[in-house]
Design a protein around this ligand. Structure first.
Ligand code: PGA
Length: 305
């Protein structure tokens, strides 16, 4: 009889207890984040919007760069910071050609300087070329979309970020959850974002680091996060940063949204108080890139007064 009760306890009661405990701890975490969020909402902050154009592995023909560069030079940077991520082969062809203050930000870097690192791009080389920004942590490098090499881990990315900052560059640091996590709800999403941020908390200087929140399910799919989803997630990320660092860091750090951002949805997303700009993929290869910049500059202009 006693072994039967023990077996029942192990098979049924224990898992239920564990589930309840897990749910309670998730609820407590969510409550704690909401408290920080409330505190941060009361702060009057001015964050200059920032929009990046991630050209990924495009275009094939370097002759097309001229048109793309002209497209960027046609953008107004009066109310918004702009950066462009050309493909590694094209970085040197774009650097020095942007005339409106837009910066070139390579899509990756190594963390050990120059030397015997075949195929790598060293931060030291970027410094020597006058490059000021570098983007790391894109989900396409973290292991999504069938990268043929091992995905980059949060620890590796933290090492890269430290190296970038030590060399005097600024960094756009991408995070974001896959669809399977989004389906589990906001607590799971924020917990994934926290896992991607935990190792870089000591390096989160709002003057030098921009976070790009890019839900993987929305990248290149045409499925954009709704303004409500984006705002809830951005506010949660900001609250987590506030909880783990300081209110000052959390309220000043800029969090961009990325994932099928375009001229049509930029206005509504820009109206979200915690969305500080965009990381734009495919639409950054089109003339509408300037409309995205104008939309966020206009939406945030009041907070810059
Ligand atoms: P998308 O890409 O705008 O084409 O979805 C965004 C990104 O991956 O940075």
């Amino acid at each position: 009889m006693i072994p039967m009760i023990a077996a029942l306890a192990i098979c049924w009661v224990l898992p239920v207890l564990l589930l309840i405990m897990q749910q309670q701890s998730q609820a407590a975490k969510a409550e704690a984040l909401e408290e920080v969020s409330k505190r941060l909402r009361k702060k009057l902050v001015m964050r200059r919007p920032v929009v990046g154009g991630n050209w990924k592995c495009n275009p094939a023909d370097p002759a097309k760069l001229e048109g793309l560069i002209a497209n960027v030079n046609a953008c107004s940077s009066s109310g918004c910071d702009i950066y462009i991520c050309p493909s590694p082969l094209h970085v040197a062809l774009v650097q020095g050609k942007l005339r409106n203050g837009a910066k070139v930000a390579p899509q990756n870097c190594n963390f050990s300087g120059c030397g015997a690192y075949t195929g790598e791009m060293a931060v030291d080389q970027m410094v020597a070329m006058g490059i000021e920004w570098c983007l790391i942590g894109h989900s396409e490098r973290r292991g999504e979309f069938g990268l043929p090499t091992p995905g980059e881990s949060p620890k590796l990315l933290a090492t890269k970020l430290k190296y970038i900052l030590d060399k005097g560059l600024k960094c756009v640091f991408c995070i974001g959850e896959p669809l399977s996590v989004r389906k589990q709800g906001i607590s799971a999403v924020l917990s994934t974002c926290a896992d991607q941020l935990v190792d870089i908390l000591p390096y989160l200087d709002p003057d030098k680091v921009v976070i790009a929140y890019e839900p993987v399910w929305s990248i290149g799919t045409g499925v954009t996060a709704s303004p409500a989803q984006a705002q809830e997630t951005h506010a949660g990320i900001r609250a987590y940063i506030g909880q783990q660092t300081s209110d000052d860091v959390a309220s000043r750090i800029r969090i961009q949204y990325g994932g099928s951002a375009n001229a049509k949805n930029a206005g509504a997303l820009s109206a979200c108080p915690d969305v500080d700009g965009f990381l734009v993929g495919s639409a950054s290869l089109k003339p509408e890139f300037s409309e995205i910049i104008d939309a966020v500059a206009k939406a945030k202009a009041f907070s810059m007064l």
